[in-house]
Design a protein around this ligand. Structure first.
Ligand SMILES: [Zn+2]
Length: 199
């Protein structure tokens, strides 16, 4: 019932996570009511999204294309001896919001999931080990802030074993996190408590 340009956009938007055909149709009809200049702006930021961003060379957070390091790694006020291990960039946001964590991060880019064929070689684990070897000042603590799921626990155990020879303190988020929950959806208070009670 729609012209082909509308159908094409609905089909593209429907491929996005958590957007079904219904939501995609609503979005497209909404876009039709916007000014042409707004649509031009939207399409140009989408077009340059990838070329304008890259991964931080130290922690693999996102950063500007002309910056080797992300704003967190560049911030000299942060505690450079503490590194918090997270699954993906999204997990940094709630940890930053707690206002309690002042160390650095290391983004793994996923979790080990043997069932889905996701082995450790796909994650930034080699890079973590390399980082621990060369970091100056030396890293004193690695906090595992991975989701309390089977994949999260498997990944934590795997990396903890690799870190043993370094004699670095390792800790995991503590109380308040229910088993199976995804860190992405945990509120700041729970996360602050989990950080404070890490063990
Ligand atoms: Zn960084």
């Amino acid at each position: 019932m729609f012209p082909s340009s509308i159908k094409k956009l609905i089909s593209e938007l429907s491929k996005l996570p958590e957007i079904g055909p219904r939501a995609a149709t609503r979005l497209v009809l909404h876009l039709l009511n916007r000014d042409q200049s707004e649509l031009d702006n939207l399409s140009s930021v989408i077009k340059t999204l990838k070329s304008e961003t890259q991964l931080c060379q130290q922690c693999f957070n996102l950063t500007e294309k002309d910056q080797n390091f992300c704003p967190i790694c560049q911030d000299l006020k942060r505690d450079r001896q503490t590194v918090c291990l997270v699954e993906n960039v999204l997990n940094i946001i709630p940890l930053e919001k707690t206002g309690y964590y002042h160390g650095l991060y290391h983004v793994l880019g996923g979790l080990i999931s043997p069932g889905n064929g996701a082995g450790p070689e796909k994650l930034k684990i080699k890079e973590l080990i390399e980082r621990l070897k060369v970091a100056e000042p030396k890293i004193a603590e690695v906090i595992f802030a991975l989701s309390p799921t089977t994949e999260g626990d498997t990944t934590t155990l795997y990396i903890e074993r690799l870190l043993r020879p370094f004699k670095i303190k390792t800790s995991r988020l503590g109380r308040g996190l229910s088993v199976g929950s995804d860190l992405e959806y945990i509120d700041e208070n729970t996360l602050t408590n989990a950080l404070l009670s890490r063990k």
